[in-house]
Write a protein that binds this ligand. Structure first.
Ligand code: SF4
Length: 225
């Protein structure tokens, strides 16, 4: 059950309005990681853990030039791969994760990044968030990407009371139509970065202010904790 009490129809209409407004506010909302194929996106998403997308995008051009296939990563010298991704932080663990994921891609999936949730979850370092990024961006399967922005903004808007990413994903899947899940994910990230900041949301400048319980109601404040 979603957080705000209203009929399913009213909730659906409100959700549509929220997403329509966000899409007008962020017409270019998209994945901010640079990539040209599923393998590059997989590697970029692993590097993006606890790192900014901008830094990842500054790191990956040289990396992608050097390592082109899953086999290249699986067979990479540890120190060389670590050095190539050092600027993204946690480089030893990330190198290990990339190598292990790519070894599985070679061993189980013929060297190609698989295109289903079930298969993607078999890769080291891939949880539902990364799998949904890949499915939405590379395989035409809409998915809800529950990152820190999605968690915060969807709670403040009253779309979920849950803190667990898998449950938030389920809540949003119930409220929004499937064909809009990827757009929703991008819009929540863009809105979280631009307006609905963690510490000081810019509610007076928000296109959703009249639809959001956060600024003016106790429920909103309770939800956003
Ligand atoms: S009104 Fe404030 S809390 Fe609600 S979505 Fe906008 S910025 Fe976030």
């Amino acid at each position: 059950m979603a957080a705000i009490k209203m009929t399913r129809a009213a909730q659906g209409a409100r959700a549509r309005e929220v997403l329509d407004r966000l899409m007008r506010a962020y017409p270019d909302a998209c994945c901010s990681l640079d990539f040209q194929n599923p393998l590059q996106l997989l590697v970029a998403t692993i590097l993006a853990a606890q790192c900014t997308d901008e830094r990842v995008n500054r790191t990956t051009p040289a990396l992608f030039k050097r390592y082109k296939t899953a086999g290249d990563y699986a067979n990479a010298q540890d120190e060389e791969l670590q050095e190539a991704i050092r600027s993204c932080g946690f480089y030893r663990q990330k190198a290990k994760t990339i190598k292990a994921a790519c070894q599985t891609i070679v061993d189980k999936f013929g060297g190609k990044v698989p295109g289903s949730m079930e298969e993607l979850l078999q890769l080291n370092g891939v949880g539902r968030k990364t799998a949904n990024v890949l499915l939405g961006e590379c395989f035409g399967t809409p998915g809800i990407i529950v990152d820190t922005h999605c968690k915060r903004v969807s709670a403040r808007l009253g779309f979920t009371r849950n803190g667990d990413p898998a449950k938030i994903e389920q809540d949003l899947m119930r409220i929004f139509p499937q064909e809009r899940w990827t757009d929703l994910s991008h819009c929540l990230v863009f809105h979280g970065r631009a307006i609905c900041h963690a510490r000081a949301p810019r509610c007076s400048q928000c296109c959703l202010r009249d639809l959001c319980p956060f600024p003016d109601t106790r429920e909103g404040k309770k939800l956003a904790r």
